[in-house]
Ligand binder design. Structure first.
Ligand SMILES: Nc1ncnc2c1ncn2[C@@H]1O[C@H](COP(=O)(O)OP(=O)(O)OP(=O)(O)O)[C@@H](O)[C@H]1O
Ligand SMILES: [Mg+2]
Length: 366
């Protein structure tokens, strides 16, 4: 149900935008850039002339994979994920791979996984380390090429540069076989089958310690896409809708402001994370609270989730500790709050916060 709401809210947004910008032509870019599904009636498949579902985006077309993936959550489609999908689908169209790059928690891995879900293909996520050798990678690629699965190699630039140059040869061999539309090809001394749905993606955090620069011949095989800042407001809003919140727009704005101010004004600690992962876990927690107490006011529920998720992280005795009062009171309960985070617990704010605190004894362990 959550996934359906996420997809439908996005579809509604797309239709609103198309109407607002007066799009009437199917070749208009605003329409063409969407991931669209079509049923090709007279398409031959291995089962006979049964027809085939295809997904189209810009000028690319990709067969739906019919892989059973179960009832999985879907990502909120934002302009950034759209940009990523467009790069990846056009890279696959040219038999190349995709390389989303950017800081931690911007949705690189999840966007690749979500596109795989959208096209119903199996996607293996693999976290690379500097201990990988070319033989291991060779076996991995052979398996992918034969099964037609996708792979997303996380932190690809952790692999040593000597191994990467061999990997470049291996990827090049598969790419060439795909371009030639071969049924079989020779890979690392063996003739193996090639399934056309194969695709390979890599994600990187450039500039992190212990990362290598990719060799140029490898870079040429992957289309880069920069993923810098996720669209926190839109993601929070749509996820709150999917968790059953009515006033999602307002609550999302307040929540995102709180996270932004927390990351700007609190001291810097290793365990503080005000990025997308923290936002996501808070939204899931808010959804659980909403289901357990559906009659409680939505802002109180969100305050409670924020308190449970954030307050235990604040260091006791540091200048961050008084922020707990702001989390509960100043920021959320007061209507028309300002975006100033005040680190003083006034009598008024502590009264409101203790009221919010009392709503439910804190039982959630973080
Ligand atoms: N568009 C989105 N909609 C919903 N959730 C999102 C979206 N983008 C990112 N997220 C969430 O953000 C979190 C981090 O995403 P992900 O793991 O893809 O980050 P990453 O860029 O691969 O980070 P790292 O470099 O650390 O591997 C995940 O929990 C994911 O669900
Ligand atoms: Mg990742």
């Amino acid at each position: 149900m959550g996934s359906l709401i996420v997809i439908d809210v996005h579809a509604r947004g797309v239709v609103e935008d198309l109407i607002a910008s007066g799009v009437t032509n199917v070749s208009d870019f605003d329409w063409a850039k969407q991931l669209r599904y079509y049923w090709l009636k007279d398409r031959e498949t291995w089962m006979g002339p049964t027809g085939q579902c295809v997904a189209k985006q810009t000028n690319t077309q990709y067969d739906y994979g019919y892989e059973y993936l179960g009832n999985q959550p879907r990502l909120v489609i934002t302009p950034l994920t759209d940009k990523c999908y467009m790069t990846l689908t056009s890279a696959m169209h040219n038999q190349l791979g995709g390389a989303p790059a950017g800081p931690a928690g911007t949705g690189k891995t999840e966007s690749v996984k979500d596109l795989a879900k959208g096209l119903a293909n199996a996607c293996v996520v693999f976290n690379c380390s500097d201990g990988l050798d070319y033989k291991m990678m060779g076996r991995f690629f052979a398996g992918l090429a034969q099964s037609g699965a996708w792979a997303c190699f996380d932190e690809f630039n952790r692999i040593e540069v000597e191994v990467l140059s061999v990997v470049a040869q291996q990827v090049m061999t598969i790419t060439r076989a795909l371009q030639e539309n071969a049924e079989e090809f020779e890979f690392e001394g063996n003739v193996i089958k090639l399934t056309k749905s194969y695709a390979c993606f890599i994600t990187m955090n450039p500039g992190y310690a212990g990362r290598t620069e990719l060799p140029d011949n490898l870079k040429a095989l992957f289309r880069p896409v920069a993923m810098m800042v996720p669209d926190y407001g839109l993601i929070a809003e749509i996820m709150l809708y999917s968790e059953g919140f009515q006033d999602a727009k307002n609550l999302a704005r307040k929540m995102v402001n709180l996270f932004r101010l927390s990351s700007e004004q609190l001291s810097s600690q290793d365990h503080y994370d005000f990025g997308m992962r923290a936002v996501k876990s808070l939204l899931v927690m808010a959804g659980q609270l909403k289901r357990s107490e559906p009659d409680l006011s939505e802002d109180v529920l969100l305050i409670r989730a924020m308190r449970d998720a954030n307050v235990p992280k604040f260091l006791a005795g540091s200048c961050d500790a008084p922020a707990r009062a702001c989390v509960a009171s100043r920021f959320m309960v007061r209507r028309g709050f300002g975006v100033q985070m005040i680190f003083l617990s006034s009598p008024q704010s502590s009264a409101i916060s203790s009221q919010a605190w009392r709503c439910r004894p804190s039982t959630t362990a973080i």
